[in-house]
Design a binder for this molecule. Structure first.
Ligand code: MN
Length: 434
């Protein structure tokens, strides 16, 4: 079913909804007033309770099998089923919720039992995350950060051959809304030769795309680049909170460790590849002189349609702004088209050595900055490592995040002739060190 053939929903708030019109239908795990977490689909201002709908007999055949795999408060088994299950569920959801649906009356009659207001629900992680890998594919970010440390040689020679990544910490990934406790750790004060221990003084955010792995692979059995897109279940927003002072001292020679593992925030809704279909783009051409990807990373179809046009936004809301009723201030407006590697290339590369990927694994793209002021996906880039503080509408200044600051990530896809869809928010507020 193409996106253009879908028009309106009988769920009034879905029509023209900034994030969740009928064309999106992202999946997540939610609870109402302390009930056990269960699977649901966002539609307008509501969540469609998939488990209650299953009990009400609203699914049959392949769609029923798909919904059965979403039970138990985690979507791993559903992710494992792959594209066919997602499509069967999506087609049934569109049938149920399009304007003129014969089941409109039956669903609406059950009110909040089937369609609670999202505002009355709590969101949880959508899956059990066994492994989390953070990549570094935002080439503008890599260059901006590289310039701070190596003005003449911002990109290391491997960057254009290898999708750079490292193994992150899965146990401290949390859904949007979870507070961010300022971490403590070792830092090396400027001009000193011995470290001190204390609260992080250079706390930062990183604007990233999250990628949920669908069907996995057997250990020793790499995923070919041409098949890689079929191993992706969906997408979210990801904030890779970063303690820059801890990172600067600890990162050599093995990369970030405690500077990243205190928390990673994600938006709780899984936006599917099917919902993103109209927003696919060709992978931007590599600049003159850049090497072509090695054959195991190159696929014509992936190059032709493996990138996405997703607008990404970061906003900051300080304690003082909250008190004065000043709205959150935009710090960053960027786009997923700044990725040097496609998501399929990340999957192919991650598994090429025989590493096993499993349903519910999560990848971060790496910080997705643009080349211009206003497009930088971290404060490290915006303030040039704290050298150029920014002034806020409240009159405050920031080099890095202070206690009480809240960071909000948003994403939006737009295209002429298509309904816009969004990802929902990824929020986190900084609490003082303990
Ligand atoms: Mn990162």
């Amino acid at each position: 079913m193409t996106q253009t053939s879908i028009t309106r929903s009988w769920v009034a708030s879905a029509n023209g909804h900034a994030d969740f019109p009928l064309q999106n239908l992202p999946l997540g795990v939610f609870s109402v007033k302390g009930s056990a977490p269960r699977s649901g689909v966002a539609i307008g201002d509501h969540i469609f309770d998939l488990e209650a709908a299953l009990e009400a007999g609203l699914f049959e055949g392949a769609a029923r099998a798909a919904v059965e795999a979403t039970r138990g408060g985690q979507l791993n088994a559903f992710f494992e089923q792959g594209r066919e299950a997602r499509v069967a569920l999506r087609e049934r959801l569109i049938e149920l919720f399009k304007e003129g649906s014969t089941l409109h009356g039956k669903i609406e009659a059950q009110g909040a039992k089937l369609l609670p207001l999202a505002a009355n629900c709590e969101m949880h992680l959508p899956a059990k995350i066994n492994d989390y890998t953070d990549f570094y594919v935002g080439i503008e970010h890599a260059q901006n950060v590289g310039k701070l440390f190596r003005p003449d040689n911002p990109l290391l020679p491997n960057y254009k051959y290898v999708p750079i990544g490292y193994h992150g910490r899965a146990s401290t990934i949390r859904p949007s809304g979870t507070d961010v406790r300022r971490p403590k750790g070792q830092t090396l004060p400027a001009g000193q030769t011995e470290p001190t221990f204390g609260p992080c003084a250079r706390l930062d955010y990183e604007l990233e795309l999250g990628i949920w792995i669908g069907p996995g692979n057997e250990m020793g059995d790499p995923i070919a680049i041409g098949d890689a897109a079929d191993h992706i279940a969906g997408f979210c927003l990801l904030n890779d909170w970063s303690a820059r002072d801890i990172q600067a001292w600890e990162y050599q020679p093995l990369g970030p460790f405690l500077s990243k593992s205190f928390i990673t925030s994600i938006s709780p809704w899984v936006v599917t590849a099917e919902a993103l279909e109209p927003f696919r783009r060709a992978q931007p051409a590599r600049p003159e002189g850049d090497p072509q990807p090695l054959p195991y990373l190159f696929d014509k179809r992936d190059q032709a349609a493996g990138a996405f046009d997703i607008e990404l936004e970061v906003l900051l809301l300080t304690e003082s702004m909250r008190e004065q009723n000043i709205p959150a201030q935009r710090l960053t407006l960027s786009n997923t088209q700044h990725m040097y590697w496609t998501v399929a290339q990340l999957v192919a590369h991650h598994s090429v050595n025989g590493c096993q990927l499993q349903a519910g694994d999560l990848f971060g793209s790496g910080t997705l900055s643009g080349p211009e002021n206003g497009q930088f996906g971290s404060l490290l880039e915006i303030t040039e490592g704290g050298k150029k503080p920014i002034e806020l509408a409240s009159g405050e200044v920031r080099k890095f995040l202070e206690d009480g600051d809240e960071i909000i990530l948003r994403a939006r896809c737009r295209r002429e002739g298509f309904a816009s869809i969004g990802f929902g928010e990824c929020r986190g507020k900084v609490l003082p060190a303990r």
